[in-house]
Every structure is written in C-alpha cells, then in structure tokens.
Write a protein that binds this ligand. Structure first.
Ligand SMILES: Cc1cc2nc3c(=O)[nH]c(=O)nc-3n(C[C@H](O)[C@H](O)[C@H](O)COP(=O)(O)OP(=O)(O)OC[C@H]3O[C@@H](n4cnc5c(N)ncnc54)[C@H](O)[C@@H]3O)c2cc1C
Length: 397
C-alpha cells in the first residue's frame, strides 16, 4: 500500500490523513508540537464550503465542535450606523450554516476522528529535511529520527519548512499591515447575537464580536501597523495592557465595544496577519504542499481553514484517480490554484477596507450600504461558498 508522510497535524494535515486513508493510501501524521494542544489559538469562522467539504469524508464539525452558527454578518460604522448585512456562506441541504468554532475544539474533533479511523499521529516530529528519490522519500526530524514513505505532503502551515526545502527561493509570507488581536469576554447582561456576528468599522480600528448564550463573547480587533511587530514585542504585552490600549482605541466607537473590553476573560492573543498570494512551486517528485503552506490567506474572508480542507480532499481524490503521482499532483494544482489565489486576493481587499483615514472613512460609511446591497449578495459570493466537492466523482485529469 502507498504510504504518505504528512508533515503537520493542523486542520489541513489531519483532513488530508483521513481523505488519503479513504483513497486507499496509508497516512502517518508528523506534528512538531510535543503533544496535542486543545487550547491553541482563538476561534475560526468555518465557512459552509469548508463544512461541506468535510462531509466528503464524513466529518461533521458543525454538530460535533461546539460551534456557534453565524449565517449572517452585520456591518456597523463606529458611530453606530448600520451599514448593511452580508450572508456568511450558504445553507447546506440539511440546514447547516457557517459556524464559529474554537480552534482547539476543531483540532480536538479532527484528531478524534483520525484516531477513530486508526490513523497514526506522531508528536514531537518537527521536519528538518528530506531526501527524495524516484522511488520515495525519507523525512528527517529535528529529534534525530526519520521516516520513510512513498509520498510526503507538506501541511506545515504558513512558515512551512517543506515549502522552504521544496523551493528555497519561494515566497516568504507577506505582512498585510494588520495586527489581529482577540480573545474572550463575559457579560451576562449582553443578549446573545443569535445567528449573527457583528463587525464595526471603528474610527481607529476594526472590531468583530459575537455573544453566545449566557454572555460569553468571542471578540477580535484588527489594528493597522505599518511595521510588523516582533513576536518578542507582542509577547511582552499583557492582557491588562491590551485592555487599556484597545479601550482607548475604540473610545469613540459603539459603547458595546467598551463593555466587551471591560469584561475580558482569560488571555489576549495577538497575531501579525500574513498571506502568500501565490507560490510558483506546489509539488515536485513525491512532495506536494497543501493549505497555508502553499497559499496562506489573511483571515478577513474567513476561508483559510476551508481552503486547507478543500485542498486535502481534492489532493486525495487526485491520488486515488490518476495513473501516477505526477499526474495526480499536476491535476491537484490545476484544480486548486485559481480558486485559492482568488480567495487570497479577495481576502486582501477586505483587509484593506478595515483601516481608513478620516476622509476615506466618511466616504466608506456613505458608500458601503450601497456597495453591500450591490456586491455582497449571496449570488456575488456563490463562487466562494457554493463550491461542492463530490467524493464519488472522478478527479478530471
Ligand atoms: C489571527 C488569525 C485568525 C484566523 N481566522 C480564521 C478564520 O476565522 N477562519 C478561517 O478559515 N481561517 C482563519 N485563519 C487562517 C487559518 O488558521 C489557516 O488558514 C489554517 O489553520 C490553515 O491550516 P493548515 O493546516 O494549512 O495550517 P496550520 O493550521 O497552521 O497547521 C500547521 C501545522 O503544522 C505544524 N508544523 C509546523 N512546522 C512543522 C514542521 N517543521 N514539522 C512538523 N509539523 C510542523 C504546526 O505545529 C501545525 O500544527 C486565521 C489565521 C490567523 C492567523
């Protein structure tokens, strides 16, 4: 049986493992972390197209992942003017809609599904280098061990070591000029935002939030930063510092933001936002890249996880149906490249609209209601959300 070494046990890697198994290939996941981290990161908008793609391998994140359904997004100006409403994905035939789910929870469900299918996940295996030959590949890990397989799938995220080895001159992640800060808050006097996530184009920064039953709030802010802050700088900022800084930043905006920031619960995460608009090399010999490793998108479109999931399913179908690995990888790239590059570009335009100077802000608040009515209807986003992958249909070579 063909054996695939999967590098990275994140969303794309775990999905790829299950899809490859279904395609008759034996996967082993190699994850750099020493152990699973069910509390990693904050939360993800998991769009209906990503949920639909997971159904191809019988994984149901919407029902199992303690997600909060968010089929619609309401946009506000900082002054409290309702700018409009946008559908967040489509409704799947069984009524499932896009959900916001904690990243750790999503990882937990994917890992449990992989375990239930007997898939091996090895922790503490950080890829250092690999040797590829016409008959296979040997991966070497920083702990001194190695593993051998027929294929190697790089699902090791935006700072992918696999990408660096595959294409040393390939793209570096591009800083988008945004810093994403987020966390949780609790205020039982806030009404649940049933089916809705709210977005506020504030005077100085952008704010997003939803309120679950009982007053648990998931919130994030996007701040403009001309220079990328270092990890050390960000690590030095305490939740108390963020609370003061963000409260000042949103002082002139809708009062609900101040209430949310006044009741922070737990850690505050801060992440410089990067993307990778295009990568020239997607595969070579027995190696292929999926997810953020080959086309990271900024979070504004809420599609990064869904793109990694779709890649994983399509790649497995191609390996199942093509006469050889080279044809499978070429078909995979042909099927995926245009779609993911369009999503990355679209997400970047959304990111750009989040921070505007005083003049642009007035113009934006005037024009956005019209623009949302004209361009943000379900039809205009059908290309992104209505994408369906039929597992039983042959991947067209
Ligand atoms: C602040 C922020 C908010 C976001 N919000 C959303 C959102 O709302 N919706 C959405 O869809 N997407 C969102 N994204 C994007 C989303 O997180 C990614 O697109 C998605 O996680 C990509 O999945 P992946 O499997 O390709 O990579 P990852 O999820 O990054 O997984 C990569 C895995 O590889 C492992 N790894 C790394 N290097 C090595 C190595 N050398 N050897 C072995 N293992 C290695 C890592 O430890 C990790 O487990 C957001 C991203 C950020 C930064």
């Amino acid at each position: 049986m063909t054996k695939a070494l999967i590098i990275g046990g994140g969303i794309g890697g775990l999905t790829a493992a299950m899809a490859l198994r279904r395609a008759g290939i034996e996967p082993v996941v190699h994850e750099a972390y020493e152990q699973p981290d069910d509390y990693a990161g904050l939360f993800l908008n998991t769009a209906s197209n990503g949920l639909d793609a997971l159904r191809a391998i019988d994984v149901d994140i919407a029902r199992r992942g303690d997600g909060f359904p968010i089929p619609r997004m309401i946009m506000w100006s900082g002054t409290g003017k309702r700018l409009g409403e946008v559908a967040n994905g489509t409704t799947l035939p069984d009524g499932t809609v896009s959900v916001c789910v904690r990243r750790g929870e999503m990882q937990k469900v994917l890992r449990a599904e992989a375990h239930a299918r007997g898939i091996a996940i090895e922790y503490g295996k950080r890829l250092d280098t690999y040797d590829a030959t016409p008959t296979g590949v040997t991966a070497r890990f920083t702990d001194g061990t190695e593993a051998t397989g027929d294929l190697l799938i790089g699902a090791d995220g935006i700072h992918s070591r696999t990408r660096r080895l595959l294409d040393p001159d390939g793209p570096r992640p591009r800083f988008t000029g945004l810093l994403s800060v987020g966390g949780y808050s609790h205020d039982s006097s806030l009404a649940p935002t049933t089916d809705t996530q709210h977005f506020v184009f504030g005077k100085r920064a952008f704010f997003g939030y939803l309120v679950r039953e009982g007053g648990e709030v998931y919130w994030f802010a996007n701040l403009h930063r001309p220079q990328e802050p270092s990890r050390q700088e960000l690590d030095a900022m305490t939740p108390g510092w963020w609370q003061r800084h963000l409260t000042d930043l949103f002082a002139d905006d809708m009062p609900v933001i101040g209430r949310i920031l006044g009741n922070l619960a737990g850690e505050v995460g801060a992440y410089p936002v990067h993307d990778i608009p295009t990568s020239p090399v997607w595969h070579s010999g027995p190696i292929a890249l999926i997810g953020d490793a080959v086309h990271a998108t900024s979070p504004s479109a809420g599609q990064g996880a869904s793109m990694a999931i779709e890649d994983a399913i399509v790649l497995a179908k191609c390996l199942r149906d093509a006469p050889d690995v080279a044809t499978a990888y070429t078909t995979y790239e042909r099927l995926r490249r245009p779609r993911v590059e369009k999503v990355v570009a679209y997400s970047k335009t959304l990111s750009n609209s989040k921070t505007a100077g005083p003049v642009a802000r007035v113009f934006r608040d005037l024009m956005m209601p019209v623009a949302l009515r004209l361009f943000a209807n379900p039809k205009s986003h059908a290309w992104m959300y209505d994408h369906h992958i039929d597992w039983n249909q042959r991947a067209a070579a």
